[in-house]
Design a protein around this ligand. Structure first.
Ligand code: ADP
Ligand code: SF4
Length: 691
């Protein structure tokens, strides 16, 4: 189908200095935990975005000197010429599909540990390193250091050109880069020409831009990536004050502006805390100050919102990291007149979490992300079916839905049976929790894709038992029946059931999501899960008027959400809701309307009035699987060749893991898998052994 003319504007070329982007889709620099350690994966992933129509595809951060060494994160680097070849590989992969390749040159200043290089960190001032409270200090750069730094940056730009990049992004964002440290009054109290007035604090960044323009600006686009607001009031840069002044002072200097807010927690807010396009309020002024193209991000997934942002004069380029992960083919789908096929990002930040865990990034919506090279998984293509088998998928949660979707795409005949009145499993239930409505996209995308498939049938209100499955007579059965939260408190900190935690006194998240409620009054949420469910229960119940205490063995509430960039936002929200937070506390026992809590440091015991909501762990719903497997003769008689558990029924985990397992099941059906082998390609290192 031809594209809707409403969207033509998205496909106009944009000039960026000496280069021209073929359209307005800009995959902004985006860290992904692959980088230099998994270069083949990184190259294939970037190439896939270009194939999917992104006009500019940028690297993650690319470090240009050992004094800014971000080990243990897996970023790219251009320290010397040995780094050029794999980045050239990325450029080739992007160019093959007509995209422009961009590199973001980064030095994290006092926000690095230099664990690998062992160089002494540097910054505008003598300051403790901010990265992980690492016990070393950054030393203040003198004028010689500044000259050396400019030289390193310039060499980085020249090496980038050697690698084949078309664009250099000069980075001052996220409170994590040297130029932003120079710019911030709280980090820079220098008394020389690089400190004091805004003009002086901006000097360092201006010089880097000028150096880059002078070194490569004749053939490469030079983009200023700049945070105009630090979202910390007068303690930081504010767009109405110094943010605006800074842009004004450099308005025509770069070939393009890529503007955002700082720090990363604010820039990449989850959908729980910010809607699509929320940065517009902060960056809208920039276009009025410059004739150069302007880009910003905002988790845009709707082509109408993108067109609107351009027509309203907010931006020229649509920047995206997460939407390009969830759907590398987003531009192509708009171009081909099928925007309804876009797999929309749900704003959960699982992608960021894996990067922050120094592992190859994963996506909840796109199970092929990070698997493009390793498993040869293409997000839009899948092998045709390997047989005429009929597959029964039991359970229409994320695992079952994705299995049915991908099997259907392969051409198999699929029957999907769901016990409830609505498909979606945990996604449907969890997306009804406060501010998680975007998560329903995991269900809606798959239902939308399955709907036109004549080879896939779905039956709701169809709770199957073993006899019915045997009678049904499918060739293969996938059991995707999910998992159930425990009610007895067993988990990481508590190894035996909490005394008294029975169905009358203890409400699991499943109970709450099913609409059951403790009597009005105090509630004690015991969070030994440390991700979102514990604080969600507190959020929901406090919002409904319960007086909520959240007790957790963790050092802080929702400690794992540091990785999803949410911890700060969650804590703030709970405090605003009046939730009392007890960290390093564990639940000992439950009585009638009273919960005994113990301080794990002092041993002090507290008798807290209230009902218990333990959020600790889930158990797989695998009784159906066990019942089927208990009678192999019956399976054989029924002609069932395989029974497999997928998703939470096999191993309770994230929604991303359930989608991945469902997808994997579909990909692997009728293929040979060596049960003793590594189920993906691994990186081959060439070792320099000497002699
Ligand atoms: P996952 O995350 O692994 O997809 P979910 O818990 O989200 O797991 O989904 C499991 C789905 O399976 C739920 O919608 C549940 O209603 C459904 N289900 C559980 N048991 C049966 C059964 N015996 N027959 C059909 N559907 C079932
Ligand atoms: Fe979006 Fe979540 Fe995928 Fe990241 S992991 S791209 S936030 S859906």
């Amino acid at each position: 189908m031809p594209r809707d003319p409403r969207y033509d504007i998205l496909f106009e070329p944009v000039r960026i200095g000496p280069v021209t982007a073929p359209n307005r889709f800009y995959q902004v620099p985006q860290c992904n935990g692959m980088g230099r350690l998994y270069p083949d994966s990184m190259i294939a992933m970037r190439g896939m975005k270009a194939e999917g129509g992104w006009g500019i595809v940028a690297t993650e951060q690319c470090d240009f000197h050992p004094t800014g060494d971000v080990t243990a994160y897996c970023e790219t680097k251009l320290w010397d010429d040995t780094d050029v070849p794999y980045l050239a590989g990325m450029c080739n992969a992007v160019h093959e599909h007509g995209g422009l390749a961009a590199v973001e040159l980064v030095h994290n200043g006092h926000d690095t540990g230099n664990l690998y290089s062992r160089e002494v960190p540097i910054g505008p001032m003598h300051r403790p390193v901010t990265w992980l409270s690492h016990p070393v200090q950054a030393r203040a750069m003198d004028l010689d250091d500044i000259r050396a730094y400019r030289r390193w940056h310039r060499k980085g730009a020249l090496r980038a050109r050697q690698a084949g990049f078309d664009i250099v992004v000069v980075y001052a964002g996220h409170d994590g880069a040297m130029p932003s440290h120079f710019l911030a009054r709280r980090h820079n109290q220098r008394t020389d020409e690089y400190g004091g007035s805004l003009e002086n604090r901006l000097r360092f960044y201006r010089e880097l831009l000028e150096d880059t323009l002078e070194a490569v600006g004749d053939t490469m686009g030079v983009v200023a990536r700049f945070a105009v607001d630090e979202m910390m009031g007068p303690d930081g840069l504010e767009w109405e004050n110094e943010g605006r002044d800074a842009i004004e002072m450099m308005a025509e200097l770069p070939h393009m502006w890529d503007v955002n807010v700082s720090d990363w927690d604010n820039d990449s807010m989850t959908s729980r805390f910010a809607p699509e396009g929320y940065q517009e309020d902060y960056v809208a002024f920039v276009k009025q100050m410059t004739s150069k193209p302007v880009a910003t991000v905002g988790r845009y997934t709707s082509p109408d919102a993108m067109v609107s942002a351009i027509r309203r004069g907010i931006v020229d380029m649509i920047g995206a990291a997460r939407p390009s992960i969830a759907d590398p083919f987003l531009p192509k789908k708009i171009e081909e007149g099928r925007p309804e096929d876009i797999r929309e990002c749900i704003g959960c930040n699982i992608c960021a979490a894996w990067n922050n865990l120094s592992a190859p990034s994963r996506c909840t919506q796109n199970p092929t992300f990070g698997e493009e090279w390793r498993k040869d998984w293409h997000p839009e293509q899948i092998a045709p079916k390997g047989s005429n088998a009929h597959i029964l998928v039991v359970g229409a949660g994320p695992a079952g839905l994705e299995a049915a979707h991908a099997l259907g795409k392969r051409g198999y005949r699929v029957t999907l049976a769901e016990a409830r009145t609505e498909a979606g499993g945990r996604v449907t239930r969890e997306s009804a929790l406060p501010n998680l409505n975007a998560w329903a996209r995991v269900r809606d995308y798959r239902l939308g894709q399955i709907a036109p498939m004549t080879n896939v049938e779905m039956y709701l209100e169809s709770a199957l038992n073993a006899e019915q499955i045997l009678e049904f007579g499918a060739d293969h059965v996938a059991i995707a029946t999910g998992s159930t939260w425990r009610r007895d408190g067993v988990g990481r900190a508590v190894r035996n059931p909490i005394a008294g935690a029975d169905a009358d006194r203890s409400f699991s998240p499943d109970d709450i999501m099913d609409g059951k409620r403790p009597p009005k009054g105090p509630v004690i949420v015991f969070d030994d899960d440390h991700y979102y469910m514990g604080n969600m229960m507190a959020d929901l119940l406090a919002g409904e008027g319960h007086q909520v205490t959240l007790a957790t063995p963790g050092l802080c509430v929702a400690s794992w959400t540091e990785y999803t960039l949410e911890q700060r936002h969650i804590e703030k929200r709970l405090v605003a809701l009046g939730v009392e937070i007890l960290s390093r506390h564990c639940v000992e026992s439950v009585g009638d309307g009273v919960v005994e809590i113990v301080n794990m440091v002092t041993g002090e015991r507290i008798e807290a009035a209230g009902m218990l909501v333990p959020v600790t762990m889930r158990l797989p719903n695998d009784r159906l699987y066990d019942a089927l497997m208990a009678e192999p003769a019956k399976l054989e008689a029924a002609g069932i060749k395989s029974v497999r558990r997928i998703g939470d029924c096999y191993g309770p985990a994230t929604i991303a893991a359930a989608v991945y397992e469902g997808h994997r099941y579909a990909r692997e059906l009728d293929t040979e898998i060596d049960p003793d082998g590594v189920p993906f390609k691994t990186v081959k290192y060439e070792l320099e052994l000497g002699g």
